[in-house]
Design a protein around this ligand. Structure first.
Ligand code: URA
Length: 252
């Protein structure tokens, strides 16, 4: 994402200021986890200061729902235009999200597959069908949940994403989390858990318990694609789902 992309956001700087606010939340989180930031060239710092100093748009203050819609539209446009890693050369379209932007539960997978690209929505294939059953098993409707992935482009032949690709795409996920502002996040598989929680620990060491991401309860579990290959693992996911159900009931 370049500064020029941001400068082109309609209706101008107030939305940019919001995006800066979203990213700074993630930077604080990284700092807490031992990453102390990075250097920006002086002209970029000046540009950010100038754009961020503008007052908030009147319609955004008066109508928070409209504000949420505007931010969602802005982010989608930026993602569609993103060319920040080589996956953008291999993909004409992006798969961004599915479900409710007002969801209490956000589910994060790894990357779209072929079916998801065709449908234009995450989890449109077989693992999505199983995921819907898992969501229903905890008494939620898939339409009330927000689904997305760490990567918005599809790595060819379903290869695992490279670290540089997940790093380049994380900013979009960070913004999606900030906009949806869920109470709970369920991560599926190791890429989503490790990217969000900024850890190199194996999934087996971090699953089956809650972690904190900027005040949001994050539960890592196994990816449904693994369950399709290895149905014997379903019990482990059910243990995680029981934890999630209890935590949701406690917050009600
Ligand atoms: N489809 C998605 O959208 N995400 C995954 O992680 C797998 C399949």
């Amino acid at each position: 994402m370049t500064l020029n992309n941001l400068e082109n956001l309609p209706p101008g700087s107030p939305r940019f200021a919001k995006i800066v606010e979203m990213l700074s939340g993630h930077l604080k989180y990284l700092k807490k986890n031992g990453i102390n930031g990075f250097d920006l060239p002086p002209d970029a710092v000046q540009k950010i200061a100038r754009l961020s100093a503008a007052p908030a748009a009147k319609e955004d203050i008066e109508n928070p729902k409209q504000e949420k819609n505007n931010h969602e539209k802005d982010i989608k446009k930026l993602i569609e235009e993103c060319r920040d890693c080589r996956l953008s050369d291999e993909n004409d379209s992006r798969v961004i999200e599915k479900g409710s932007p007002n969801a209490k539960l956000m589910v994060i997978g790894e990357a779209p597959g072929k079916k998801d690209i065709e449908a234009g929505a995450p989890f449109s294939g077989e693992s999505g069908d199983l995921l819907n059953k898992i969501i229903k098993s905890i008494n939620l409707e898939p339409a009330d949940v927000f689904f997305c992935n760490v990567l918005k482009c599809r790595p060819q032949a379903n290869r695992s994403p490279e670290a540089s690709e997940t790093a380049a795409c994380m900013k979009w996920l960070v913004m999606q989390i900030k906009i949806v502002n869920p109470e709970f996040i369920l991560t599926l598989g190791s890429t989503a858990a490790k990217s969000l929680l900024n850890t190199e620990k194996p999934l087996s060491a971090i699953k089956n318990r809650f972690h904190d991401y900027n005040g949001i309860m994050v539960l890592p579990t196994l990816h449904p694609a693994l369950l399709l290959r290895n149905p014997g693992k379903k019990r482990e996911v059910w243990e995680d789902m029981k934890l999630l159900m209890e935590a949701i009931a406690e917050k009600r």
